[in-house]
Write a protein that binds this ligand. Structure first.
Ligand code: HEM
Length: 377
């Protein structure tokens, strides 16, 4: 269950492994493994012994709700694994912070990451127009062309228009994230990290885009740029299923969660279904299982935007939940929905239909525009 997730790359996906995972539909196998664990052991967390550590895999949706509601105490977000991976490019990020500095950094993020703090729609429309023209001339939308437009959008929203063309900045971040995939195993490249941070700080000094918001943002923005990658992946997958609006973006993230493993580490002993688990236990929430479980969810494998209009199962958490919920959620939904709207204005694409695949390799998406449906402005 966990090995294919690690192999795909935790902080940046590896295209070759993603293609193989799609061929094997590895998420389907992992979901089936989780179903058989639950059937065999019941609703209690399943305990694994990995190198002498206490690891508990949750199988009960109510337990997921409890874990996330209880963060950061007694269930810390800053786990050993996250600290090891994220030190490569965001050693001061809120996700790996604790205590008072966590509180302060969380507040800075919440205040800065509001969609109304940047002209999101105007920026998206601008870049989507260029992309639409490109797609009309080539006859198809590919991940590469989408991704290029997406990063221009992201740099303009986060750092302002002057950063639009700074591919070097996001390429350096990608290299650092590739190291982060190896977490403990990769030496920290301090030279590259320093170069990236210097370049970023020069942009931040201009205080444009979200970077105009108050607070010391220098340690937080690397996470924003990193996390906007997932937002692009979610948006192109939404396009591939004909999704629209913020519920469409949420559905794409439910069907193919970009944070497939949510981790917490307990700071004290905690009791689960009558069993005590020691302090320092790592709790694993494997979200593809909870989001696509055919035993519980009649809509598991179809596009079901209506589920976001009513209270849901507590384990459907593409943006996490509780006090550690993704503070960028509304910004992602606004940016993704604006992109879907702008691209659907002049282009139509064939849609993937139910049952939707359990693994969808976004790198391999090639979406021909439907000549009959393509309207030229
Ligand atoms: C599809 C896009 C995204 C998804 C699915 C997503 C999902 C998540 C999830 C699941 C977490 C919790 C991680 C954990 O508990 O270990 C998280 C945390 C976070 N996200 Fe996002 N995220 C997305 C995009 C963004 C963007 C674009 C930003 C900023 C611009 C952002 C900022 C953050 C921050 C700062 C945290 C740490 C929160 C904390 O430690 O309290 N995210 N996100």
């Amino acid at each position: 269950m966990l090995l294919p997730t690690l192999a795909k790359g935790v902080t940046v996906r590896r295209p070759g492994v993603m293609a193989a995972a799609e061929k094997l539909q590895s998420d389907g196998t992992a979901i089936d493994t989780m179903r058989s664990l639950r059937d065999r052991y019941g609703p209690e967390p399943v305990r694994l012994r990995i190198t002498g550590r206490s690891v508990a895999v949750l199988v009960d949706p109510a337990d997921v709700g409890r874990l996330l509601a209880g963060s950061p105490e007694p269930f810390a977000l800053a786990t050993r694994e996250k600290k090891a991976a994220l030190k490569h490019f965001q050693p001061h990020g809120v996700l790996v912070s604790e205590g008072l500095s966590r509180e302060r950094r969380r507040e800075i993020n919440e205040r800065a990451l509001r969609p109304e703090n940047a002209p999101v729609e105007a920026i998206v429309r601008d870049e989507a127009d260029l992309l639409t023209r490109h797609v009309m001339s080539t006859g198809e939308l590919t991940w590469d062309s989408f991704n290029q437009a997406w990063w221009r959008v992201v740099r303009r929203i986060v750092l302002g228009d002057h950063a639009r063309a700074d591919d070097q900045l996001t390429d350096d971040l990608k290299a650092l994230r590739q190291n982060a995939n190896w977490a403990f195993l990769h030496p920290r490249q301090r030279g590259l990290q320093a170069r990236f941070q210097r370049r970023l700080d020069r942009h931040l000094d201009r205080r444009e885009g979200l970077a105009a918001q108050p607070g010391d943002l220098s340690g937080q923005v690397p996470h924003w740029l990193f996390a906007f990658d997932a937002a692009g992946v979610v948006t192109i997958r939404a396009l591939a299923i004909g999704a629209r609006g913020t519920r469409g973006v949420l559905e794409s993230a439910r069907l193919w969660p970009t944070t497939p493993v949510i981790l917490r580490e307990s700071t004290e002993p905690t009791r689960w279904h009558g069993t005590w688990l020691p302090a320092g236990t790592s709790f694993v929430v494997f979200t593809p299982f909870f989001h696509r479980d055919p035993d519980r969810l009649p809509y598991a494998d179809r596009y079901a935007p209506e589920i976001w209009d009513r209270p849901r199962d507590p384990a459907i958490v593409p943006f996490s939940g509780g006090p550690g919920v993704c503070p960028g959620r509304d910004l992602v939904l606004a940016t993704g929905a604006a992109m879907l709207d702008a691209l659907s204005e002049h282009l139509t694409f064939p849609k993937l239909t139910a049952p939707l695949p359990k693994t969808l390799n976004h790198f391999g998406l090639r979406m021909p525009t439907d000549p009959a449906g393509t309207r030229v402005s």
